[in-house]
Design a binder for this molecule. Sequence first.
Ligand SMILES: [Zn+2]
Length: 224
Amino acid sequence: MRITYIHHSCYAVECEEALLVFDYWQDPNNLLHNMISECQKQVYFLVSHFHDDHYNPEILELDARRIVSYDAKKRRRIPDEKATAVMRMDEVYEDELIRVTALKSTDVGVCYLVEADGERLFHAGDYNNWYFERGDEHLKVSAREMEGLFMATLRKAKSAAGEIDHLMFPIDPRLEEHTLRGIRQWLKAIPSHHLYPMHTWQQDITPYLDELQQEYNIKIHWQK
Ligand SMILES: [Zn+2]
């Protein structure tokens, strides 16, 4: 399994017979387009929610299976025939290559737990412990309520997967001193072997990653 960082929250996961693309928004180095044109495998686009930074309507034009959240289906007006599966929380999609479980995000839409080639992947979408001291203005919840929502999905992920091989998770410096709060809570509860940071807004996150590396036995995949 080869996992390539594309941009922002987009990772491309090359499996034996499938190419999984999570939350494709932009492809500044044409990496994704090259991969798609060179690879003979079944392409999947997975969309966690409708936000601009997680979606590109180009996915409707490419030859692929599309697994989209219910809000993306509606807000992005994705035609029925273009959606292979429309996911709400706790729903499962399964075909001959992958099995996908949708869990509730702490923002809009869902996060995805995926089993492929016997490995377990988790892509958070906008799921994180958005622990803003004054509460989250956009979500209209207090920091404590946010933490409760975050832990509820965490428990579900733990009972559904036990361990995660490949974890794609936000390291978002806008949270300042709470940037690592969510990922620490996750790693304490769910053994995860490889971490792929995302949603970094092009900030230098290496000091955060160094801290994490000292605390947890996890392989972090990140290039500046
Ligand atoms: Zn986002």
